[in-house]
Design a protein around this ligand. Structure first.
Ligand code: SF4
Length: 655
């Protein structure tokens, strides 16, 4: 019997209309757990590195995490993997909500799509009955609207639906996949879904998941449930409000946006407004929020309520979570009220709330600079908000200049030329990043920005505080109950970290310490992404309920696989290395691993080189960031080094 997982994937060939239920190899679970780990393995084994993202041969994998569907709190992530049209590298965006648990209850761990349907279709998975259905009547419909229409058509109000909007259908590079309370937004995975002619996937499942040692597992779940309210009642003092508690950043509950509005950049990720927040703005934004937020909501089996139902009078209700509350407002130099209004349209279109506002602000900057002309922008309204709506409509329809901007700032700048490249200034690996511009280089963040392959810094940061606490008293109070540290030395790193002087950024944490801190944080994200646990309860917040000391017991009692911290660390390292290997085969090298030039004002080129050298070494990678033969052997991944050798990757580049 298989525990925690179902042991079956659905393989759907959209070109032929073929559907197969395929038993999976339990050895792969032991090697990679599930979710991101096994997705990476499938991509490595089955998709040639030369494959174009918009190719029938590219796979689009919807995966549950290994513990999804079990009673583990907040374990509900769908991990979607493919080759990204934006970065051309591996994409693995995630969504919360209810879709992944429903898929597990229908009897599948993953749905793997290949091929390309000649007509727009949707897939209906109802336990053992799986159909590919015509979706021509859904063409052009909004993503949220589509979810509801499908539920009505199927007469199944409990079906969980993941859908794309117009942006995905038109292969807009920043197209997302939307699902009720969440979305998988980054890296253009919605565009790949559109390219496959797949409008939506509806799922209904009513089966059980088996656990190896249920009593032991339930005890662990109860410990997490008991810890959450204790932690929530004790917010961490001295950090910004969204980081004081648990969950994904509590943007829907928090009213005080002083930190974001004054530290993040407005417009095309350029301009800080240091004295933006005042009493009047606070009052206005609070009113805007309270007028439209009808209630706070959670994902499957989670008490945290990170999302909210937003009802703006005159437009359809939608769900919002996290930072998209601010991205449109700040890109347009507008206010929260505008942000809530335009985000509704953007959600129906199905676009990424990080990239899209920046792309629109980039277009307007080019217009102001005379690089885009009146002819390019013929018909654009004169008012600022009108311009953003106008651009959004054109981008998702790929009309006129929208067809160029739909490829994101990096590719659009290449197409436009005439110096437009300098305006696409906020990218890493060809992808728009947080609009954050700071003063002094932070060595830990430097490494995360450079080397993270999730293409968004927030997705590999987490358990170590973002900045030093000013006083020793505060630091001592913080480390007192810091049980999540993998090693006591991390407490000392934090105790010694000063805001100014010798033990401050950029030379403290030291190069070695920075490597260890980044590795710890990234490790936690990789565990979450294999298990399907929401980062909001594990790798993202300070002092979370899940950590390296209790995860092995969760895995052992759920799956029956013997697991300890060393074993889990080894699996995580294997998964991390495999993602790197997939991307190395796609051409990723050291030259790609750099933060935006203007991310920090004070840069230290020599130190930055040292950091990258040391981190690569720490990870078992060579000077170019390619996993070495020795480190691959130690992880049981000789098949990767053989492939590197055959392709001339190591012979030519690894010393
Ligand atoms: S912590 Fe928030 S985002 Fe995460 S599962 Fe719970 S409600 Fe969803």
């Amino acid at each position: 019997m298989r525990y925690a997982e179902t042991g079956f994937n659905l393989e759907i060939d959209l070109s032929r209309g073929n559907i197969e239920r395929v038993e999976t190899d339990p050895k792969l679970t032991e090697l990679h757990l599930g979710g991101l780990g096994t997705n990476a393995r499938i991509l490595w084994d089955r998709v040639l590195p030369e494959t174009e993202p918009f190719s029938a041969d590219n796979l689009l994998i919807f995966s549950t995490g290994l513990l999804v569907g079990t009673p583990a709190i907040g374990c509900n992530r769908t991990i979607v993997t493919t080759y990204s049209p934006q970065t051309l590298l591996m994409a693995y965006s995630m969504m919360g909500g209810f879709w992944a648990p429903e898929l597990k209850y229908a009897g599948y761990d993953k749905v793997i799509f290949r091929g390309r349907s000649p007509n727009l279709v949707y897939v209906w998975i109802n336990n053992d009955k799986v159909e590919i259905r015509d979706a021509s009547h859904l063409q052009g419909k909004g993503a949220v609207e589509t979810e509801e229409l499908i539920r009505q058509e199927l007469k199944e109000p409990k079906a969980q639906v993941a859908a794309i909007g117009l942006a995905g259908e038109n292969r807009v590079y920043m197209a997302s996949i939307e699902h009720g309370r969440s979305s998988a937004s980054r890296l253009g995975i919605g565009a790949v879904m559109g390219d496959k002619g797949l409008k939506a996937i509806a799922v209904r499942g009513t089966k059980d998941i088996n656990l190896a040692r249920p009593a032991e597992f339930m005890k662990l779940c109860n410990q997490v449930l008991q810890y959450i309210p204790i932690r929530d009642k004790n917010p961490v003092p001295g950090v910004m409000p969204i980081l004081a508690g648990l969950g994904s950043p509590k943007e829907m509950a928090v009213h005080d946006e002083k930190w974001h509005t004054e530290n993040f950049s407005w417009g095309n990720a350029r301009q800080r407004i240091k004295d933006y927040w005042n009493e009047e703005i606070h009052k206005k934004w609070t009113e805007s929020m309270e007028n439209v937020r009808t209630r706070l909501i959670s994902c499957y089996n989670c008490p945290m309520k990170c999302g909210a139902i937003i009802s703006v009078p005159g437009i359809s209700t939608y769900m919002m979570k996290c930072f998209s509350k601010l991205t449109y407002a700040m890109a347009a130099f507008s206010d929260l009220d505008f942000g809530f209004r335009i985000a509704q349209r953007a959600t129906e279109y199905g676009v990424d709330g990080f990239s899209t506002p920046q792309v629109m602000a980039f277009g307007l900057e080019l217009y102001e600079a005379g690089i885009l002309t009146d002819q390019d922008m013929a018909g654009i309204p004169s008012d600022n908000e009108g311009r953003f709506y106008w651009l959004l409509d054109r981008i998702v329809r790929r009309e006129g200049i929208g067809d160029v901007l739909a490829n994101g700032t990096f590719w659009a700048a290449q197409q436009i030329g005439k110096g437009a490249e300098a305006y696409a200034h906020n990218n890493i690996k060809k992808h728009e990043q947080l609009p954050l511009k700071l003063s002094m280089l932070n060595p830990v963040y430097f490494l995360m920005y450079c080397t993270g392959e999730k293409a968004n810094i927030t997705q590999i940061e987490g358990n170590f505080p973002q900045a030093p606490f000013p006083t020793m008293e505060e630091r001592e109070a913080f480390v007192k109950d810091w049980i999540q540290v993998p090693d006591e030395k991390f407490k000392k790193y934090l105790l010694d970290w000063e805001p100014r002087g010798e033990r401050s950024n950029p030379y403290y944490p030291t190069v070695e310490m920075s490597c260890e801190i980044v590795d710890w944080q990234e490790k936690m994200h990789y565990i979450d992404d294999a298990l399907g646990v929401c980062a909001g309860l594990s790798s993202f917040p300070l002092k979370p309920p899940y950590h390296i000391h209790n995860y092995p017991a969760f895995i052992s009692s759920a799956t029956g696989i013997d697991m300890d911290e060393a074993g889990l660390t080894q699996i995580t390292k294997r998964n991390r290395t495999l993602v790197r290997a997939v991307n190395v085969r796609r051409g990723l090298r050291r030259a790609d691993e750099k933060p935006p030039e203007d991310h920090w004002k004070k840069r230290f080129p020599e130190l930055e080189e040292k950091l990258l050298d040391a981190y690569y070494k720490f990870k078992g990678w060579d000077h170019q960031g390619i996993p070495t033969k020795e480190s691959l052997h130690e992880l049981g991944m000789d098949y990767v080094s053989e492939d590197f050798e055959q392709r001339g990757i190591v012979k030519n580049e690894q010393s």
